[in-house]
Design a protein. Sequence first.
Length: 167
Amino acid sequence: MNRLFLAMPVTLFDYENLQYDFEGIIKGKWVIPQNLHLTLNFFGNAFEEAFLKQVLSTLELKADSCVLKGLGVLQHNQILYAQTYNDALLALHTQIREALTLPSEQEFIPHITLMRIKKINHPTLLKQKMRTYDDKIIGTVHPKIQLIQSHITSKGAQYTVLKEFGS
C-alpha cells in the first residue's frame, strides 16, 4: 500500500543515546534514522501524485529550520515523539489544508514520531526520563518541504521523496 504525505526531514543529534535512555522503560519499535521526519500534511491515497505536485507547486511553500526540544507521548496511539514549537509550521499546515480543501479533523501537533510504544514497563520512570528532556535541544527540523511516498512492507515503511518544494 502506497500513501503520500508532505514532510520536513529532521536530524536528531544523539538518537542512539536517546534510545538507550528509554531501554527497559518502554518497549516498541523505534523509527529508523533515515525515516525520521515532521509530517506537515498526510494525504494517504486521497489524491494522485500528479495532482498534488501541480497544486503544491502553485503555493509558496517555505519553511525555516527549527529546533526539536523535549519529548511527549500521544496517548491515543501510544507514540513517543520529539516536539517543536513553531507557529510558522501551523500556518504552513493550514495553508496546504485549505488549498486542498482538506477537513480539519484533529489538532495539528508538530512532532517527530520516535517510537510506536507497545508496552510501558515503568510509567513513573517514563515520566521522569521524559522530564530530563524538557529543556534539552535534541535535534533540528531542516527547511525542506518534501512530497513523500510511503510504501509499507513487512520490514517497515520505505520512503521515496517524489518532489521538493521551497527551501
